[in-house]
Design a protein around this ligand. Sequence first.
Ligand SMILES: [Zn+2]
Ligand SMILES: [Zn+2]
Length: 328
Amino acid sequence: MAEKGWLGADLVFDIDSDHIPTACQKVHDRWLCRNCGVAGRGPSPEMCPECGGARFDSKTWACDKCIESAKRETLKLTSMLLEDFGFSQDSVRVYFSGHRGYHVHVDDKGVHKLDSMARKEIVDYIIGLGLKARLHRIVDNHRIPLASDVEGGGWKRRIGFGIHKLVTASTPSELDSLGLSKPALKKLRETKEILQTSGESKWINVTDSGKSWEEIIDFVVSQQSSGIDTVVTTDIHRLIRLNGSLHGKTALMKVEVPLGGLDEFDPLKEAVAFKTGSLVVDVVEAPRFRLGDTSYGPYKDDSQVELPTAVALFLLCKNAAKVVKDSV
Ligand SMILES: [Zn+2]
Ligand SMILES: [Zn+2]
């Protein structure tokens, strides 16, 4: 044991749709308090509303909307790794995790020896933590560059692009629903008008309204940052699932996604491992879900059904079904 030592670690990122709030979680996820048995829909609460307990059994599902939201976060991450950090296309690999999200591995000799603190710095950049617009020269001479493609790279470009997208792609009522303060909304509406009248204006003045713009920049940072699980990246001893292995909660494989092909990639098809045969199972309860080209369910009250092997194993791994002894 004394001769064992730490040689290094890839830089890894985990994006799990479970950590990205989506409206559909209220539809397909359930929780059950382990203490008092009270149940509810959506993600588990911090505290049981009935008994104050904090331990829950949860049943979570990843629908197409969940997978799509994880894809969006993954695309923002790979864009930063390639464009802002300058990693080569060969060193950045994207995988469907086999469950409900994506893993991104950076295999580059420049990262293998990075300690936990150094990895934390990378994480902070990616989630935009403590980002000061002034220090990134995002606000230059009291002006913010504003275009679909701002020169200079890094967060300066991402914020310029983010504000541009926000005002050009949102209707006035969509802007109103963002939860921003009235002065900030006023600034966005004015910016929208300027862009509509002057076309591709490159700058917006911020001299009189520093606070409102700070608020807008913070909001855009929250939109343009990537929702990674920060603990995974900073832990240099973590074992990460190997490509091709089966995930114990789904019986789906971890599979590589071609870089640049994420938009067209369908994990609920590509990650299916068991492609032949069928099994009879007792499905306790399941919302409607898709695997491959077919949708199944919803099921309730222990319905006995014959399903393709991959679907039956998927439900068994999720504890949503039980083996029917006679059928094995
Ligand atoms: Zn309870
Ligand atoms: Zn969903």
